[in-house]
Design a protein around this ligand. Sequence first.
Ligand SMILES: CCCCCC/C=C\CCCCCCCC(=O)SCCNC(=O)CCNC(=O)[C@H](O)C(C)(C)COP(=O)(O)OP(=O)(O)OC[C@H]1O[C@@H](n2cnc3c(N)ncnc32)[C@H](O)[C@@H]1OP(=O)(O)O
Length: 455
Amino acid sequence: MVASSLSVLRACGLCQWGLKNWARLSGPPLLRLGGRSTWASSRTTATLSLKPSGRRCWDEPLHIAVQGLDPEQPVTLLASLRDEKGALFRSHARYRADAEGKLDLERAPALGGSFAGLEPMGLIWAMEPDKPFWRLVKRDVQTPFVVELEVLDGHEPDAGQQLARALHERHFVPPGVRRVPVREGRVRATLFLPPEPGPYPGIVDLFGLGGGLLEYRASLLAGKGFAVMALAYYGYDDLPQSLETVHLEYFEEAVNYLLHHPEVKGPGIGLLGNSKGGELCLAISSFLKGITAAVIINGSVAVVGASLHYKDETLPPVGIMRDRVKMTKDGIMDVVEALKSPLEDQKSFIPVERSDTTFLFLVGQDDHNWKSEFYANEASKRLQAHGKEKPQIICYPEAGHYIEPPYWPLCRAAHHDLVGGPIVYGGEPRAHAMAQLDVWEQLQTLFHKHLGGKS
Ligand SMILES: CCCCCC/C=C\CCCCCCCC(=O)SCCNC(=O)CCNC(=O)[C@H](O)C(C)(C)COP(=O)(O)OP(=O)(O)OC[C@H]1O[C@@H](n2cnc3c(N)ncnc32)[C@H](O)[C@@H]1OP(=O)(O)O
């Protein structure tokens, strides 16, 4: 489904109501990080409790409950966070306390707002940016995102007095995980190692187009018993500023670095990538040695945007049909039909049949960036036609392109470097959030099974 800019612009009631109320409520009552915080109103002494109260990582659930409300009291819960560029993300939901004046988000359904129904983590995954076409990005994993949670008396748009408020930190480096910047030969990366000395199954983690070095997925995954290297490939440090051509020799150097690391368990390593990063995982697995397993999240089996080189071979990028770019009624580009099929542009088809890697394709069926399901199926057909193992493909209905770690707010539309404007990425918030949870489990299961970690 095509996202509406109204939703992107968050004109769902909270905008008008919220701005006024949030400004009005800026005076801080008693405030604490995690645990409990209390504010005595004229009617009630409400307590907001967040459990467990210790350090939580972004991918971990949080138990939110409120005590001390009036029986059946209507309340509105708000969540908000500011990213490192100052952009505000927020959500809200209406609830009703039980007969004892308690509200437990694991038992009480939301009656409406940013989401409805029993969604204990809805306040986190349903957050939306105030800034149009903005998405949640964590740049410095060594600092947490701080989520502010508030309980207001009544149901929005008539909600009033603030009854309780708490700050909750969601961290990106699990306890004891070691962060090691890598600047070895040409390789620019950050390696995350689990707390105790290894060896551990090794994974290279690749994000998509945008450049830079994003570490948050690698750092969280290292907490699950893997040595994970977030690898930059352009737009970072002294790497090329733009991606005109991809030289697989760079990735070969990175793979070898990890394979030879004393804390990495051999004989092979894993690859994890989303979007262009998924496409690169397919290319690396097809041309290079040492890759035992690869998880492709909404990747392409065609080379896209920049030609691919390895030794004396070159694969050109698949053709782009600009006339197939559609405009949504809100003026956002939908480019899902704009890439030529690699079946027509055979030279751009990544020769997956050369690979002995075990693949897992994870597909958002509402991906509007490109045809991830079609690409996964074509890769599967080609592997099987050459007598290779049939890869596992898991499809998630109504999940979009930007599949992130659990509880990450959905990016429905955002600026795209290659396109030069905002494009639709797809996804319905709840289905997308559920997909993110499952994807996180599935990729760990595959890596543990094939890279010799814990079962
Ligand atoms: C008419 C044209 C027709 C063309 C038709 C084309 C047809 C088909 C095209 C489809 C092909 C798509 C192929 C690619 C698929 C993908 O890869 S999808 C993207 C997946 N991306 C990722 O997984 C990686 C995400 N990483 C990043 O985006 C970057 O690393 C980064 C933004 C985090 C980089 O940070 P940094 O280097 O610090 O950049 P900045 O200088 O801060 O900003 C650069 C620009 O990005 C914008 N931006 C920054 N942060 C955000 C944010 N949180 N949300 C939205 N946008 C952000 C920022 O404004 C800059 O933009 P401008 O330069 O100002 O325009």
